[in-house]
Each structure stands twice: as C-alpha cells, then as structure tokens.
Design a protein around this ligand. Structure first.
Ligand SMILES: NC(=O)c1ccc[n+]([C@@H]2O[C@H](COP(=O)([O-])OP(=O)(O)OC[C@H]3O[C@@H](n4cnc5c(N)ncnc54)[C@H](OP(=O)(O)O)[C@@H]3O)[C@@H](O)[C@H]2O)c1
Length: 342
C-alpha cells in the first residue's frame, strides 16, 4: 500500500506494538474490534473515567491492563501508542496528556476544536519527537486509494466540480457530544469534516469560502452548507446535516470523466463508479474489501510509521490536518459557529 519496504517482514517487524485506548465509547469499540486484524498490534491497555466502564470494555476486547483513569493509562510505561477516542472538545486536553507521557498518538477526528489547539498539539509532539496523526481513516481505505489512482491516471482530467454530502438523523441513544457545545457538538466537526477533507485533499486550499448554517436548539450547527471556489475555476459544494438521512455520496467531475462514490463515501462499504467521457457509460471499479470496519488500515499504517521511526505519517501529514483545521475555522467564522475554546 503505502510502504513497500519488505524489511518489515523480519522478526523485529512482527514485534507487536502495544496499543492503549483512551475513552471507551462507541468508536473505541469499533477500533478495538479492528485492531484484531492488525497482525503486529496488541490491545495492551484501556482507560476510562471509571473502572467499571474500562472493565466492561475489556470483557469484550481483552486487554492486559485495565485502567480506572486516563492518567493511569498514560502513566503505564509499557504502552507505546494511544488511540484518543473522546469527544473532539476534549482532544486537546487528552492528547497533551498522552504527549506529556511521551506516548505516540492517534487522535480521532475532528482533531481539535480549532487551528490554535491543533497547532499546539502538533508543535508539542514535534518538539519532543513524538508521533502524532489524525485518525482520518478514509484516506487510508482501499477505495480512496483506488480513487486517487484513477485521478492520477488522468481518468477524469482536470477536476471542475466536486459535490459531497454527509447526513444522518441521530437516533437515540446517540452520544450527547453530538449536540453539546462544550464537547464540540454540531454537524460540521462531526461529519462535515469528511466532505471538506475530500475537497482539500483533491483540490487543495480554496481561494474563496462561503458557508451558512442552521442552528440546533443547543446552538450548535444542525446543518452546514459550504462552497469552495478556486481561481482555477473549480468549485466544490459540500454539505452536512443532522436533520436528514442522505446517501452520503460524492461526485468528482472533470473535463474527461466523473467518479462517483455512491453511498457512505467515507467508509469501506461505498461503491466506486467511473463514468468515462461524455457518454453515460458506467464502470464499477473493484477494490480490496476491509476485513473489519475499516479502522484496521489506519492502525496498520500507524504501526508501520512507528516501526520506521517516523514522527509524522507521510500520508496523513501534519500540514493536511492543519489545513483542515484552518479551513474549519474559516467556515465557522463565515457560518457563525462558535465554541468557548475559540
Ligand atoms: N472515525 C470515525 O469513523 C468516527 C466515528 C464516530 C466517532 N468518531 C470520533 O470519535 C470521537 C468519539 O466519538 P464516539 O461516537 O465514540 O463518542 P462517545 O460514544 O460519546 O464516546 C466518547 C467517550 O469519551 C469519553 N469521555 C470523556 N469525557 C467525556 C465527557 N465529558 N463526555 C462524554 N464522553 C466523555 C467517554 O469514555 P469513558 O467514559 O470510557 O472514559 C465516552 O465513552 C469523536 O471525536 C468523534 O468525532 C470517529
């Protein structure tokens, strides 16, 4: 995939990396399930705010150490890398806690509440040579790599228009973080990051941004519509909502053809369709199927980075994370979405 150096296949390379999970919520469960498919990873320790939560988690996903607090988890000297799976409003605090204990970090999206927090987290990691990466799993999934390959082969020509949306109606019991401003609630930071990441990754930093939002009763954005304009003439139209169930698809249209990711474009169950030329002929493109929920790819990538003594992923770079955070700040300023951390 990304790494081709076969020296990974020696004995040292199969040494298991000892993972810790900080926060035992919904996504932590999916990640822990997928870690079982990563040959050189061991779920070594889990930590929750209360011991019984961590114990219940470890019953389903056995770990050698079960910690009654995040502090005791990060103080475990044998843990090598920590997956931070708390609400985004707490990522800064929890990532800094990990870094101060010299742990490598994989931090869930949204990486932070704003650019300032993200920059502080990355600078701190850099200053002490610690690895840090945003858990933007989509970028490492087989369908996404395939799409990038088709684009690099010129299959759509020059991208002129990108349309991507992400929408679902949260049904109880959903995490309180979704609507809680103190935890970074709102559609933009939760799901809007996916269409925005796609546009930034494929088209780069926009030259002009417009955005509007509709507030939920708690004041966070229930929906947010965004338009990126580029001096090249390209336009990206991006949308996220907690008010409707959408296909959550994406279209990447160029002057030579179009690629469509049919549904849940951010995950491994999407379909990749290619429409060459002007005529509506459609080609379905095959890609490797995930063994788990798809989170195994990011975990494997982190292992590879750590075994290569990298402090930054060559794919999900610090600059890409910072560009995303900077863009989210600008969208929020345009749409009027504020957090107390700003
Ligand atoms: N990559 C993806 O596909 C994906 C999907 C869903 C979510 N996410 C991201 O993952 C993060 C967690 O989302 P989630 O859906 O797993 O949320 P969740 O179910 O609410 O879990 C968050 C966990 O954070 C911990 N926590 C610490 N302080 C908290 C507080 N004050 N309030 C609430 N929880 C607190 C809790 O764990 P303990 O009580 O065990 O300590 C809680 O279980 C978010 O940043 C989200 O954007 C990513």
């Amino acid at each position: 995939m990304v790494f081709t150096n076969l020296s990974f296949l020696n004995e040292e390379s199969m040494k298991k990396i000892r993972w810790g999970i900080l926060g035992c919520g919904k996504i932590a469960r999916k990640f822990a399930a997928d870690l079982r498919f990563v040959e050189d990873a061991e779920l070594f320790a889990v930590g929750a705010r209360e011991l019984n939560t961590a114990e219940a988690f470890a019953k389903d996903f056995p770990a050698k150490h079960v910690h009654e607090s995040y502090e005791t988890l990060v103080s475990n000297p044998e843990v090598e890398v920590i997956y931070v799976a708390t609400p985004h409003g707490l990522h800064h605090e929890h990532v800094m806690l990990c870094l101060k204990h010299k742990k490598a970090v994989l931090c869930e999206k949204a990486f932070a509440i704003n650019y300032r927090e993200a920059k502080e987290m990355i600078n701190f990691a850099k200053a002490q040579n610690s690895f840090i990466m945003e858990a933007f799993w989509t970028r490492l999934l087989p369908h996404y790599l395939k799409m990038k390959e088709l684009l690099a082969q010129g299959k759509v020509g020059t991208i002129k228009f990108l349309n991507a949306e992400f929408g679902f109606i949260p049904t109880p019991p959903f995490p309180s973080r979704l609507y809680d401003p103190a935890l970074g609630g709102g559609a933009l930071l939760d799901i809007g990051v996916y269409p925005i990441f796609l546009a930034l990754d494929l088209l780069g930093k926009p030259d002009h941004i417009d955005a509007v939002m509709t507030p939920a009763s708690t004041g966070v954005d229930e929906q947010c519509a965004i338009r990126f304009q580029y001096n090249s003439g390209a336009i990206a139209q991006l949308f996220c909502t907690f008010a409707s169930n959408l296909a959550t698809g994406a279209d990447i249209a160029g002057d030579q053809g179009r690629i469509r990711l049919t549904h849940r474009f951010h995950g491994p169950t999407t379909h990749l369709e290619y429409y060459p030329g002007i005529v509506e002929t459609r080609e379905s493109i095959d890609f490797e199927k995930a063994m788990g929920n798809g989170y195994e790819y990011e975990a494997r990538h982190v292992n590879e980075c750590l075994k290569s003594n990298l402090t930054e992923s060559p794919v999900l770079t610090h600059n890409l994370t910072l560009l995303l955070m900077e863009t989210l700040d600008e969208i929020r300023a345009k749409a009027g979405i504020k957090y107390s951390a700003d």
